[in-house]
Design a protein around this ligand. Structure first.
Ligand code: PNS
Length: 165
């Protein structure tokens, strides 16, 4: 039976740190689903459609990776797609508490789906979506932190957020 893993996140926007986790996780499982969690209460930088588009273009060279979105509980989505694992990246100790709680809750909800943590590469340890968003909105240089193909999507979002103000 194919071993399927889900790598969930907000990916708002995807960063090189996310891509590093995608690449490494795709080598560990038969299929990896990168899943954008839809959280209507957060005010997003990129729309869900833009995030799916962005992730699609930067994973197009990985044949066992597909991109999707989900609303509701992650564990329900993971069950629906037949996943045996949920992947999360860890950058620093600061990530641990939240991730630990999420893994415990998800195990309580379904103990046959494992949470698997991959440590980020050292060079991406400081990169986060929030940092990229902030630098981009203030017109700073963020391009070394994201995959090249999503720069136009970020630029478009910056223009539309500035026009909204
Ligand atoms: O990239 P993020 O913002 O850390 O991703 C968070 C995400 C989308 C993985 C998380 O918020 C999530 O799983 N949301 C779905 C709702 C859910 O299942 N909550 C219970 C787990 S504690």
């Amino acid at each position: 039976m194919a071993r399927i893993a889900v790598y969930p996140g907000s990916f708002d926007p995807p960063t090189l740190g996310h891509m590093d986790i995608v690449r490494r996780a795709s080598g560990l499982f038969d299929e990896l689903i990168v899943a954008v969690g839809i959280n209507r209460s957060k005010s997003p930088f990129l729309t869900v459609e833009e995030r799916v588009e962005a992730l699609g273009c930067c994973t197009s060279d990985l044949p066992n990776v597909r991109v999707d979105s989900f609303s509701g509980l992650l564990i329900d989505y993971a069950k629906t797609v037949g996943a045996c694992a949920v992947i999360r990246g860890l950058r620093a100790i600061a990530d641990f508490e939240y991730e630990f709680q999420m893994a415990m809750v998800n195990r309580e909800l379904c103990d046959r789906i494992e949470s698997v943590f991959l440590m980020t590469n050292w060079e991406h340890g400081y990169v986060s979506s929030g940092i990229v968003k902030e630098i981009a909105m203030f017109g700073g240089e963020y391009r070394s932190m994201v995959p090249d193909c999503i720069v136009p999507i970020i630029e478009r979002a910056v223009r539309s957020h500035r026009a909204d103000r």
